[in-house]
Design a protein around this ligand. Structure first.
Ligand code: TYD
Ligand code: MG
Length: 457
């Protein structure tokens, strides 16, 4: 065993060092290194100094890919189609899944609902470190979930959880949450970098060895990153984030990392009296607008994974009292907003340098797609000129640095979805111009930003 028992770990990226240093050489973050005591257990954690010199154990066989039997890897559907959609088709045995979210997002509710259903086909153990078994049982009862299969345990000690794994031999293990689990072998407090890192590694390893599904709950901080070390994200196979909408009614589940599927899928739930309900056809749920059309607002169609979503983009442009005007984007990328304003100045001839610009996606949706560019710019121009855009107009398209409007994927499907919801006018990239417009819809295909701004609607 190597002598060093402590290491310095970056809380941002998880890199470890022998000595303390002010800046992490890997990710460049300052002041993120903290000392952790490595647990003495063999193989636990990733010891920087403790790499083994030789190997005396039994060597695992190395095989060519074609010899490896993959037919047995079956996905287990959770019974919640929206959850499965984000997971890429269901749970994979021997994998570790991290469910992140703000406190109150509904992580415990989602997992309780899924596990109560799953427990009838596979033995499941729910380890709770935050709520008492009574609280959870009461909730399950209130939500009319099947109560007779799921095993529940209140425990935060990792050694005890491992012992319970041996005793109950579950096929599905939930740990709610990883931040409260601690190991006695480490001196630091639960929730600290070293505890979270070590406990998650131990649990992940146990899950892989036993071929069970491990579901970890993790809290996120205000800025959306996982409380505790980022290194957790490297360890687990799949990381999903549950976020609540502005008005708290809807919850969106988004994949951030998935070793078994795509990450761009979005699952949508509604939080009701009866727990989380799936929203099967969510394309227009975020679209609730008053009768009066105001300037600075326009509807666009986002393509989330494999389906469309109609969302309203709002912009407010106002004289800035400050020397350095503010640019604020909620639900959109801040840097992209700055870039689009520069394009607007250069290729649209509109100077907003002395104006505050606020942009918002209604309903708390986060748009990562570039198809929002044109809609956002038109909303900004509409607010700046104080001229409302028509209520029945839908817009999408990417805007390039040269002021050109670039096509986006699934243009036809986006238009069809908008037509279905009563939109009769559309501004789309020329590359997305349909051969035949959806019935009753007038489609303006534009190639440049100047063309789009010149349209008289
Ligand atoms: P919870 O699952 O405890 O959140 P987390 O584990 O992510 O912290 O959910 C708590 C919130 O959900 C709480 O604000 C109340 C709300 N809720 C409902 O509105 N209806 C319900 O049926 C349940 C169980 C919770
Ligand atoms: Mg909880």
């Amino acid at each position: 065993m190597a002598k060093a028992k402590t290491a310095f770990v970056c809380s941002d990226c998880g890199s470890d060092y022998h000595k303390w240093q002010g800046q992490c050489s890997d990710c460049g973050a300052w002041n993120t290194l903290s000392e952790i005591r490595l647990s003495g257990a063999k193989g636990s954690g990733r010891s920087p100094a403790g790499r083994s010199q030789g190997f005396a154990g039994e060597l695992a066989p190395a095989r060519v890919l074609s010899e490896i039997d993959v037919s047995q890897v079956q996905r287990i559907p959770t019974g919640m189609a929206e959850f499965d959609r984000v997971l890429g088709g269901g749970l994979v045995p021997g994998s570790a899944i991290l469910l992140g979210g703000n406190p109150g997002a509904g992580k415990s509710t989602l997992l309780l609902q899924a596990c109560c259903q799953l427990a009838s086909q596979m033995s499941a153990l729910y380890v709770t470190g935050e709520e008492s078994p009574q609280q959870i049982a009461m909730r399950a009862q209130r939500l009319s979930l099947p109560l007779d299969q799921l095993k529940l345990m209140a425990e935060t000690n990792i050694e005890a959880i491992l012992a319970a794994l041996d005793a109950h031999q579950p096929k599905l293990l939930v740990v709610d949450s990883i931040q409260v689990v601690y190991s006695e072998e480490l001196s630091s407090a639960p929730g600290s970098v070293s505890q979270v890192r070590d406990c998650a590694a131990t649990l992940t390893r146990a899950a892989k060895q036993r071929g069970i599904v491990l579901l970890l709950v993790g809290h996120v901080t205000k800025d959306g990153s996982l409380a505790g070390p980022k290194v957790l994200e490297h360890m687990i196979d799949c990381s999903v984030l549950l976020e609540s909408s502005d008005d708290q009614r809807f919850r969106t589940l988004r994949g951030q990392k998935n070793r078994f599927g795509a990450v761009n899928e979005l699952g949508i739930f509604a939080m009701t009296e009866q727990g989380l309900r799936e929203v099967r056809n969510p394309s227009a749920i975020f679209l609730e607008r008053g009768e009066k059309q105001s300037s600075g607002s326009v509807v666009m169609v986002v393509w989330e994974g494999t389906r469309p979503l109609l969302v309203e983009i709002q912009a407010l442009v106002d004289d800035s009292p400050l020397g350095n005007p503010r640019r604020l984007a909620v639900g959109l990328e801040q840097n992209r907003l700055a870039m689009l304003l520069a394009i607007l100045h250069r290729h649209g001839g509109l100077q907003v340098g002395d104006q505050d610009v606020f942009a918002n996606v209604v309903g708390g949706v986060r748009i990562l797609e570039t198809s929002v560019d044109l809609a956002l710019l038109l909303a900004i121009v509409s607010s700046f000129r104080d001229r409302p855009l028509p209520r029945d107009l839908v817009v999408f398209g990417e805007v390039g640095l040269a002021g050109e409007i670039r096509p986006v994927p699934s243009g036809q499907e986006r238009l069809a979805e908008a037509a279905k919801h009563g939109f009769v006018r559309a501004i789309v990239p020329r590359g997305n111009a349909p051969k035949t417009s959806p019935p009753g819809m007038q489609v303006h295909a534009v190639a440049t930003l100047a063309e789009a701004l010149a349209l008289d609607l």
